[in-house]
Design a protein around this ligand. Structure first.
Ligand code: SF4
Ligand code: SF4
Length: 163
């Protein structure tokens, strides 16, 4: 399973008075678009338990409905009876919803709906919320280079853009 990321939406980062450097795409668990080009939601996440509106990695008392999403999204059919299919999943230590950036998003989550995204053509854009420290990106900043991401990619730092 992907490791927990501390890089989430603005306002949910550490209260440390020293400004933190921008994360890389790897540090925010960036994933490429779903194979069927849908936006990322619990409804198309392998870790969602549709029968109980809960999720494998969150506490049983956290309601997780199909229109939600978090930074751990794994594309695939929901595990309706997850603990029957894989008993070991019952013993997973749960993740705090604040840390996973669990949120409701009726349209689903994707870079092209994120406030950090600047479109570049139809299928991709620049992510101003992350840097490429290797300098391979095309958009220089003080911190390094902003990477180019897929319009339907997503990460744990997703922050829905206000319309
Ligand atoms: S909360 Fe995250 S891990 Fe759980 S079903 Fe939704 S997207 Fe998947
Ligand atoms: S545009 Fe938003 S969702 Fe996409 S990688 Fe950047 S921060 Fe994450």
């Amino acid at each position: 399973m992907k490791r927990l990321s501390l890089w989430i939406a603005p306002g949910k980062t550490s209260p440390d008075p020293m400004p933190a450097p921008m994360p890389t795409l790897g540090e925010v668990l960036y994933t490429e678009p779903n194979p069927n080009k849908s936006r990322k939601q619990c409804g198309n996440c392998f870790l969602w338990k549709s029968a109980s509106d809960t999720c494998v990695i969150h506490d049983e008392d956290v309601i997780v409905i199909s229109t939600m999403v978090c930074g751990y999204h794994v594309f695939g059919p929901s595990l309706t009876l997850a603990t029957d299919v894989m008993p070991a999943l019952a013993n997973i230590m749960s993740v705090d919803p604040e840390m996973s950036n669990l949120q409701n998003t009726v349209q689903g989550a994707s870079c092209d709906l994120c406030e950090w995204f600047t479109p570049r053509g139809q299928m991709e854009g620049v992510c101003r919320g992350t840097v490429d420290r290797e300098g391979a990106g095309l958009h220089p900043t003080e911190a390094g280079f902003h990477p180019v991401v897929s319009a339907l990619g997503c990460c744990s730092r997703f922050a829905k853009r206000e319309e």
